[in-house]
Design a protein around this ligand. Structure first.
Ligand SMILES: [Zn+2]
Length: 248
């Protein structure tokens, strides 16, 4: 962070001016948004004493689940409890204060909803850790208590194992959330890109989609990333500092 105070103020005013010209604003968020609530991404698992010996890309995969379902569920239960103990941060709260903004998020936690975003205006591209679903896709789904997660159990409809309703490596994105996100990004006057390195496709392609259809792209991240090249404007720093000033 090398921006001086006056540079920072000028950047903020420019960004506010950009948003003021926009009727439809869509926010596309990633792990950086929830990181400021203390939620680590699975990539940070390696820093945890208990879980560092496991490969998170394997834990979050159908192959890992087939090999050792209890291990995978125990890992998710650990993550669920961390989310239960976290609170929405200033960025979540600033976003929730603007119900006109559509939320497209790669985060599987419920912090946007807990900050006050209406569930119907939040599209979870990578699913929801708040729910279990039938691994055999019989259609069964159930909300779980994040603070007291249920452990490995069977589907009451078909007896296949239940698993978190999140997208694992090698799995396709939830169709409804993806279609809605595409539609919103295509018609956005401005896409706010928050806390994502824009390295995971197809989600990162949404930024390109907004640009292709003539929308502006405003990126907020703690450091330059893959999204920088597509940005009409970029604010470097914690989203919990920028967003309350930008959206108030
Ligand atoms: Zn089932």
């Amino acid at each position: 962070m090398t921006q001086s105070l006056s540079n920072r103020q000028a950047a903020l005013e420019q960004a506010r001016g950009l948003l003021a010209q926009c009727e439809k604003i869509v926010c596309f968020s990633g792990a950086g948004l929830s990181a400021e609530s203390g939620i680590s991404t699975f990539r940070d698992t390696e820093t945890d004493a208990l879980w560092s010996r496991y490969d998170p890309t394997k834990l979050a995969s159908p192959e890992g689940f087939a090999e050792d379902p209890k291990l995978v569920i125990d890992w998710y239960d650990w993550r669920r409890q961390a989310i239960a103990n976290a609170e929405p941060n200033a960025a979540h709260i600033a976003l929730a204060g603007r119900p006109d903004i559509i939320q497209v998020t790669q985060n599987v936690d419920d912090l946007l909803e807990r900050a006050g975003c209406k569930a119907e205006s939040v599209f979870h591209l990578h699913g929801n850790i708040t729910h279990d679903r039938c691994h055999a896709r019989c259609g069964y789904q159930q909300k779980v208590d994040l603070g007291s997660p249920p452990g490995l159990r069977s589907c009451p409809m078909c007896n296949a194992p239940l698993r978190p309703a999140v997208v694992w490596f090698g799995e396709t994105l939830p169709q409804w959330a993806w279609q809605q996100s595409e539609q919103h990004c295509r018609t956005a006057d401005c896409l706010l890109v928050i806390g994502t390195s824009a390295s995971v496709y197809p989600a990162a392609g949404l930024i390109q989609l907004t640009k292709t259809y003539g929308g502006k792209v405003l990126v907020i991240n703690t450091q330059p990333s893959g999204a920088s090249a597509l940005a009409d404007m970029e604010l470097i720093g914690p989203c919990g500092e920028w967003l309350p000033q930008l959206l108030s």
